[in-house]
Design a protein around this ligand. Structure first.
Ligand SMILES: *Cc1c(COP(=O)(O)O)cnc(C)c1O
Length: 369
């Protein structure tokens, strides 16, 4: 049998920069700062420049980044925040952890992103914000979301955890709304060697408030304005991220080549659909098939490792049962959970592997006919 194809080869991805990571460790040791030093400041400047926006506050992880923005906006008990029904559960958890209530809206069956046409009917007198997610690397349809938000006086927080570098009508994600949250979880398009995240915004007072909240509510050591948290990034992770940021565009371009290959070669199953004017960074290449679980097993037998993002919608998770949603409430999201399959994708996956993966899938689809 031929070599197995991993879903994401993180080891190979990171070993490309082994020497540079060692140099970064030396630089951090020599600086004498392990937190809140030059590397963090530089990374924040470089990531803000990359996203073509004004402010970046690097933090501990993506979930904290989401939560810190909501807290900085003083969203809490009694408030409602609109979220997509189909997303990684962290989008919902950030809302729950502020004491506010996540109000799900079903997604568009083609893009898997929040359906703007369904948002207004979910707005109540308690609604404070909307969190569109740029799922799988494709920016959500932000123009209608921002229009609705403006009409109803709502704040908009992009969950950009899967879309570092993606563009919506020419503009990078992270600066399309009032604020954005990024994750640098190792498997993301820009991943640290551990947990990390960031908040981006063009609003200087929000950036300052998030920075304060993430540092015990303190701007000056031992003086605390707010009852804050400790959600800081390590100097080492910031240093590692600076190294990986330098090749992010190249890495994303490689993902694009793989996505084109899949799109050209796959037949007979649901393929991702990217709207015009939108540039995906292909965090995941997600296909759909009604016999997803059988296909997943076939691929596994052929040595091709795939994953499902996500097999259980947040409203069916025990963690969210208290919200009281029953089966059938978000039909598109529920159907996606049973049909989606993420194919191998990443900056070091050889373009030649796409043919082997596609032929296993095409054979499976043909045999079902
Ligand atoms: C990864 C992810 C998060 C959470 O980020 P962490 O850094 O893992 O806390 C939030 N939202 C989405 C859509 C994600 O994919």
């Amino acid at each position: 049998m031929s070599e197995p194809i991993p879903f994401l080869d993180l080891k190979t991805i990171n070993l490309r920069s082994r020497e540079k990571f060692h140099d970064a460790l030396d630089r951090v040791l020599d600086s004498g700062y392990v937190l809140q030093g030059q590397e963090t400041q530089r990374f924040e400047e470089e990531f803000a420049a990359y996203c073509e926006l004004k402010h970046c506050v690097a933090v501990s992880n993506g979930l904290d980044a989401l939560r810190l923005v909501l807290l900085a906006w003083e969203i809490g008990p009694g408030d409602e925040v609109i979220v997509p029904a189909h997303t990684f559960i962290a989008t919902w958890l950030a809302v729950i952890q502020t004491g506010a209530t996540p109000v799900p809206v079903d997604v568009d069956a083609d893009t898997c992103n929040i359906a703007p046409g369904l948002i207004e009917s979910a707005i109540t007198a308690r609604t404070r914000a909307i969190i569109p997610v740029h799922l799988y690397g494709q920016p959500a349809d932000m123009s209608p979301v921002m229009e609705i938000a403006e009409k109803h006086g709502l704040l908009v927080l992009e969950d950009a955890a899967q879309a570092h570098g993606a563009r919506y009508h020419g503009r990078r994600v992270g600066g399309l709304a009032h604020a954005a949250a990024f994750s640098f979880y190792p498997g993301k398009n820009l991943g640290a060697l551990g947990d990390a995240g960031a908040v981006t915004t063009n609003d200087p007072s929000l950036a300052e408030r998030v920075r304060t909240l993430a540092n015990y509510g303190s701007k000056n050591k031992y003086h605390h304005e707010l009852p804050g948290w400790n959600c800081r990034i390590d100097e080492l992770q910031a240093a590692f991220l600076r190294i990986k940021l330098a090749t992010l565009d190249e890495d994303n371009a490689h993902r694009g080549l793989l996505a084109n290959g899949y799109t050209e070669q796959l037949q007979g199953l649901g393929l991702p659909s990217v709207k015009s004017g939108v540039e995906s960074v292909w965090h995941l290449f997600v296909v759909r098939h009604p016999s997803r679980d059988v296909l997943l097993e076939k691929l596994k037998l052929a040595g091709i490792h795939c994953l499902v993002h996500y097999p259980v919608p947040p409203h069916f998770q025990p963690a969210c049962r208290f919200l009281g949603y029953s089966t059938g409430t978000f039909p598109v999201s529920e159907r996606l959970a049973s049909e989606v399959l993420s194919l191998p994708m990443g900056p070091t996956l050889p373009v030649g592997d796409v043919g082997r993966i596609a032929s296993v899938i095409n054979t499976f689809v043909d045999e079902l006919k």
